[in-house]
Design a protein around this ligand. Structure first.
Ligand code: PA5
Length: 443
């Protein structure tokens, strides 16, 4: 967890940041207390210490399939996509079975018939395993995908249906739990006091990763080490999460209520999606919030950065780089072709340092135009450091919620949309909600 934060260009008076120290200390301590008391939403704090033997066992049962379809949405899917993209080969599904460590992987998150049928085009159902995840067991998109798939399995008269499916849901409540009990399939639990977007280090995120051969014990190890550091470091000078929370708050109060998160790593694209959910759904409430904006370096240097340098000064920027990558490309020392002389600045260099130079270039361009930028550097994106990074951002989000005086662990806005969706689909007993929803749609 050698995560470094540089905030020289973040344009905030250090004395002002120190003012946050007392409240941060309290807010951070409250997380530990909440977790030890089993308070709703606080369970993620202790996830790195939970056992993962059961997850490994269930993963083994799924590994023999040719393909794996994961069904879930929001916190029951974004973490799975993030782990898959960060830790497996970018063309995983196209590798041979020996090169891949598990079945091909497909995600059904949206209830979009085009996506559903396209996934079915790619798999042989008789050789496919399924993971269905819904903490509530009631989310319409997940249940729709599940229902349509279950029908397909029955249509195909496949034997031993219960052995093809693993359900991850609340230990007691919801339709999925009842279904699992009825058909007798394997199940894992979403811990009751862990919210969807904070659940990636529980069976929700870890099962599909373990099937893909990801070293989930390393992820948890990294998260555990990060947890220790974050809760031990009780001063704004040595706790990067405290600094970032205070910076976010200061800039938000100064009217910069947008945070652009820009890692310089292609395979962190899904990480930015995962972070955007965590940050937006946790902090956006009671008329408050900081809008997360996703960008990827260097790609967005050739698009959004024009707005960021020359547009309104209404955002805080967070750039993330990786010090060393496992794979690198080296440029030649010299060139024979005169026509390529203008590229001599690349000679003898490597692609990773070039990418990191681009990150510094963007930082400098933003700073020159008076925009606040902080820069984080991680050693490398392996399972251990990713576990640390996940925990870092969960902790950062929770303490920023504490500074903003909002409850980071509820999501009334998301729940309202779920209620209206089911009502509009004709759910019994939801006639009033249906009328209410329709009243907003008058032409
Ligand atoms: O963070 C959250 O609570 C949400 O994004 C949920 O994860 C999402 O709505 C899916 O909910 P469920 O797992 O109950 O199907």
């Amino acid at each position: 967890s050698r995560l470094k934060l540089f905030y020289g260009a973040a344009l905030v008076d250090e004395a002002k940041l120190e003012n946050y120290e007392e409240v941060l200390s309290r807010v951070s301590g409250d997380l530990l207390i909440g977790a030890s008391e089993g308070k709703d939403g606080y369970g993620w704090v202790d996830l790195p210490e939970k056992g993962h033997e059961q997850i490994i066992k269930v993963a083994e049962a799924l590994k023999s399939f040719d393909s794996l379809i994961h069904i879930g949405i929001g916190g029951s899917a974004l973490g799975n996509k993030m782990l898959f993209d960060c830790l497996t080969h970018p063309f995983y599904n196209e590798l041979s079975r020996e090169e891949r460590k598990g079945p091909r992987f497909y995600l059904l998150d949206n209830s979009d018939p085009h996506l559903f049928l396209s996934v079915l085009d790619m798999v042989d159902l008789s050789r496919t395993g399924f993971i269905v995840v819904s903490k509530s067991g009631t989310t319409a998109e997940t249940m729709a995908n599940f229902l349509a798939l279950w029908e397909k399995l029955k249509e195909n008269k496949l034997p031993n249906l219960a052995q093809r499916i693993v359900v991850i849901t609340d230990p007691n409540r919801g339709a999925l739990r009842k279904f699992a009990n009825e058909i007798g399939c394997l199940t894992l639990e979403v811990p009751q006091n862990v919210g969807g977007r904070f659940s990636v280090l529980s069976p929700v995120g870890l099962l599909s990763a373990a099937v893909q051969g990801v070293a989930i014990e390393e992820l948890l190890h990294g998260a555990k080490d990060m947890k220790k550091k974050l809760f031990e470091r009780n001063s704004i000078d040595n706790n990067p999460a405290w600094i970032l929370a205070a910076l976010s708050m200061e800039h938000c109060l100064a009217g910069r209520n947008m945070l652009v998160f820009m890692p310089y790593l292609s395979r962190m694209n899904s990480f930015t999606e995962w972070f955007a959910q965590l940050w937006a759904e946790s902090l956006g409430k009671d008329g408050k919030g900081i809008t997360p904006i996703r960008a990827i370096g260097a790609i967005d240097q050739h698009s959004q950065v024009q707005l960021y340098t020359s547009g309104p000064n209404d955002k805080l920027f967070l750039i993330l780089t990786e010090e060393k990558s496992k794979r690198n490309v080296f440029f030649p020392e010299k060139l024979e072709e005169d026509s390529l002389n203008s590229l001599s600045y690349l000679l003898g260099k490597d692609m990773k340092s070039m990418l990191n130079c681009e990150a510094q270039g963007t930082l400098a361009a933003l700073a020159k135009s008076g925009k606040p930028v902080a820069w984080m550097e991680m050693p490398n994106l392996d399972a251990y450091h990713l576990g640390g990074l996940i925990y870092f951002f969960e902790y950062l989000t929770a303490i920023t919620g504490g500074l903003m005086k909002v409850n980071p662990f509820d999501q009334p806005g998301v729940e309202q949309g779920k209620v209206y969706t089911r009502a509009l689909l004709g759910k019994e007993g939801a006639e009033t909600e249906k009328k209410e929803a329709e009243s907003y749609m008058r032409h």
